[in-house]
Design a protein around this ligand. Structure first.
Ligand code: IPE
Ligand code: IPE
Ligand code: MG
Length: 253
């Protein structure tokens, strides 16, 4: 059944992306423009997270992956890293009732062992509490780096080969995908980056092979459900060819 949000959106329910990934960038610039500390930008940014999670759930989008903290972000000033960690912890606790109410399953993608103990504990509790929820999956990419993820997958596969549980010839694209943090999930159909930067910054390099990419100049704390709808409308007009020729075009064969 179509949700109210979908009914009024004018979107085509059959052409919704199954998986949306977002590089939430521009919190620091948002704060700088207002002569505020960068942390204020992150605080405001976490409100935008709540509203986009709601929008996705209302529309019936199955997977939302948000880039919250990269492996490279550990090199930021200690005070900013610790403020971000505290915000994440707050988010992981305060969102729990809504995740439960709306049937959203939370997963963390990334090197959880690098997170401070208190953050890791809250993340585990929320993941555990929401693990049976089936309406939507919310992936938080935390201490996430795509190259690290690929290295972890290569190591896991190599170990199985060394133990003779796998033959070299068994290493297919599917097998590699099954060893990534996103194992069992479809690849993102749509990748959004805010703040006008045209780069991937080590995010889902394998999984975004055929994602449709949208860059908006809006800074993340200013990103709204309305702009998200506009991007979805635009996405539905894209012609995804996956290397083939368009079906409606005459071909030689
Ligand atoms: C994105 O905003 C949030 C994180 C990377 C944690 P930034 O903090 O990168 O903001 P800008 O890019 O400096 O404006
Ligand atoms: C990417 O943003 C990481 C997150 C949004 C969490 P960055 O601000 O870290 O990326 P660069 O440094 O501009 O490439
Ligand atoms: Mg940035």
């Amino acid at each position: 059944m179509k949700s109210d949000a979908l009914q009024t959106s004018g979107l085509d329910v059959d052409k919704l992306p199954v998986h949306v990934a977002i590089i939430m960038d521009g919190n620091g610039r948002w704060a700088k423009k207002r002569l505020m500390n960068r942390v204020k930008g992150h605080e405001k940014g976490s409100q935008a997270v709540t509203s986009i999670v709601r929008a996705c759930r209302e529309l019936g989008i199955q997977y939302l992956t948000l880039y919250a903290f990269s492996t490279e972000n550990w090199a930021r000033p200690k005070s900013e890293v610790s403020a971000l960690m505290q915000l994440l912890k707050k988010f992981l606790v305060s969102e729990r009732p809504e995740l439960m109410e709306k049937g959203i399953c939370l997963k963390v993608l990334g090197q959880m062992e690098r997170l401070p103990e208190d953050v890791r504990q809250k993340a585990c509790e929320t993941m555990d509490a929401t693990k049976e929820n089936r309406q939507m999956t919310l992936n938080l990419a935390l201490s996430y780096g795509s190259r690290q993820e690929i290295c972890d997958a290569v190591q896991a596969v190599a170990q199985k080969v060394a133990a003779k549980d796998l033959a070299v010839a068994d290493i297919t694209e599917q097998l590699v995908a099954d060893h990534l943090y996103t194992a069992g999930m479809p690849d993102p159909d749509l990748l959004i980056r805010t703040s006008g930067e045209f780069r991937l910054s080590n995010f889902l390099l394998w999984q975004c092979a055929y994602a449709e990419i949208f860059v908006t100049h809006t800074l993340w704390p200013d990103f709204t459900g309305d702009e998200f709808m506009e991007i979805l409308t635009n996405y539905q007009k894209r012609n995804r060819r996956f290397g083939k020729v368009e079906c409606s075009m005459p071909s030689d064969g």
